[in-house]
Design a binder for this molecule. Structure first.
Ligand SMILES: N[C@@H](CCC(=O)N[C@@H](CS)C(=O)NCC(=O)O)C(=O)O
Length: 279
């Protein structure tokens, strides 16, 4: 698998680089970014995956969250994949919450989405192998976090692959997509009408049977415009209490759904993963 370099910048003693590659899983050219900390010049470092939200690419978190400073201090590599396959031949929708930019980290089974939309397989298998082969990454020490739709992706991939993604956190995640409009719309389009298949992509369902040894950290703003309609923290908090999943869920007065909020708490999240992965 060949990587095509797109851009590269020095940052906090490390390197932020962007790469393209042909994906056998999505059948498209995929783009992702890597922040490699200075410690990676001496040997493999822990890897932290950041899954972005609706409408985003690799760029939002790398340009707006300021993660490079703390990732550099802790010696953590950060990988930011795209949020969907893209291109003129990839099905799309006029709405921002379906199609390109809205892959929901699942494998679509419904036409026309089923040909390219396989973001969970892309991230857990193909991009994982690419990172292992091309970067000084210690693949035995991986964590995962994300925002909104990407927070949902991080939670579900952690519950499904706890031995791969040993630590987990999220900013303003959708925690029960089966019960909210964003999820209902995307799941119906990608995997068909409500069925047992919905449960395997729903963090609130997964935590009931697949609770892990990790301590999950979640931050959400009390002024988030999606709080009551799309995020519904209480459903997930209750499910974690019932199943015994360790969770710290912090609600922050005045903060919204944006990267000003994420930037405020980014260093806490990287420190949380560094501690769990013993960076
Ligand atoms: N722009 C959309 C909302 C999409 C949105 O808020 N996306 C979040 C993730 S769910 C985001 O991170 N947007 C990009 C950014 O803030 O840089 C709308 O019209 O309501």
């Amino acid at each position: 698998m060949t990587l095509t370099p797109v851009s590269s910048w020095a940052s906090f003693g490390g390197t932020l680089s962007v790469h393209d590659h042909e994906s056998a899983v999505t059948g498209t050219t995929m783009r992702f970014a890597v922040y490699s900390p200075p410690q990676a010049k001496k040997g493999p470092v822990p890897v932290l995956w950041y899954l972005s939200g609706l409408t985003c690419t690799w760029a939002n978190v790398m340009e707006k969250s300021g993660l490079q400073r703390t990732a550099s201090e802790h010696g953590i590599m950060i990988i930011a994949p795209d949020t969907s396959p893209r291109g003129p031949d990839v099905p799309d929708d006029d709405a921002y919450d379906l199609g390109q930019g809205a892959g929901f980290y699942l494998t679509a089974t419904e036409a026309p989405w089923d040909k390219h939309y396989r973001m969970d397989q892309y991230i857990t298998r193909e991009l994982n192998a690419l990172v292992a082969a091309n970067f000084p990454a210690d693949m035995k020490r991986q964590g995962i976090f994300g925002h909104s739709m990407g927070g949902h992706g991080a939670l579900t991939l952690h519950f499904k692959y706890p031995d791969t993604y040993r630590s987990c956190s999220a900013f303003s995640p959708i925690t029960s997509p089966s019960r909210v409009p964003w999820g209902e719309k995307a799941f119906t389009a990608y995997i068909g009408p409500p069925s047992i298949a919905w449960e395997q992509y729903d963090a609130t369902e997964l935590v009931q049977t697949r609770q892990t040894d990790a301590h999950i950290l979640i931050d959400t703003g009390k002024a988030d415009q999606f709080l009551e309609t799309q995020l519904k923290p209480d459903i997930f908090i209750d499910a974690c209490e019932t199943s015994g999943q360790a969770l710290t869920y912090r609600m922050h007065e005045g903060y919204g759904h944006d990267y000003y909020f994420i930037a405020t708490f980014m260093s806490d999240h990287i420190a949380h993963h560094a501690k769990a992965l013993k960076a």
